[in-house]
Design a protein around this ligand. Sequence first.
Ligand code: NCD
Length: 304
Amino acid sequence: MSSGLLDIESLDRSEIEAILARAHFFQPAQGETFRRLDALRGKMIVNLFFEASTRTRVSFEIAAKRLGAETVSIAAQGSSVSKGESLVDTLNTLVAMRPNAIVMRHESSGAPRFLARHLRIPIVNAGDGTHEHPTQALLDARTILDQRPTLEGLRVAIIGDIAHSRVARSNVHLLSKFGAEIVLCGPPSLLPHEFEQLAPGVRLAYEMTEAIRDADVIMMLRVQLERQHEAPMSAGEYFRFYGLRLEHLASAKPDVLVMHPGPINRGRELSSEVADSQRSVILNQVENGIAVRMAVLERILNPS
Ligand code: NCD
């Protein structure tokens, strides 16, 4: 971990627990804004995003600033990447300016790990292709634990485009390390059998009603149109079979939590009524993104 944060798969339970506990410390109390701290004063963090992002990029920036660090954010569109520079050359150029850490999002699975092997700087993976999105799984766990005493034995349904989802992969790894039962559900073409072997406690379901039955948490995923090579289902057709609606919640546990990493597509993955319902913790997830990323940045830059 001292070298950065590349994935959830290689973390052990105690490391995850330490990050979640520290994130809890950083959560603002009701009606309070975040405290400004200076644990990372004098540090410089570069956010390098080769793919679109709103909440992840902004919350990494805010997290760094809350800890007193300085940040520079670069979008690939406006950088020399669009002039043909290779990834390694771009990173070497940035490292020559001596930042203390690089937070990166890239469309290639494994890009952060590859770079971490070649560069002597902590790298935080903010989402790599269809591989992992570790801080998303950490903030999802923090959000569940704000409402439930433990992840052990919880039944979590993850529904949607499982095949292309780095959010699903990271969550499967994290939740299974804590003994949760995971049901993955989606259209057969987006629900590969390999996922059953990804971690203990995972099973697949093709019907929404089956996935949702007895679920404590329902995590909806965006259809990753940018990663699909075949003609996708229309929004209406997808919504009919895999969109979460109020009638589904009526047959779920009364206190079920509805989550979504965002960006949400109302009328495709879930209805507006569900997104805005009492059961939805989608904005709590966004808020927790800051506390969790503060915990991660502090841990890699200021390990005690
Ligand atoms: C996710 C991502 O980029 O993997 N978004 C996010 O970081 N909150 C999910 C998505 O884009 O569908």
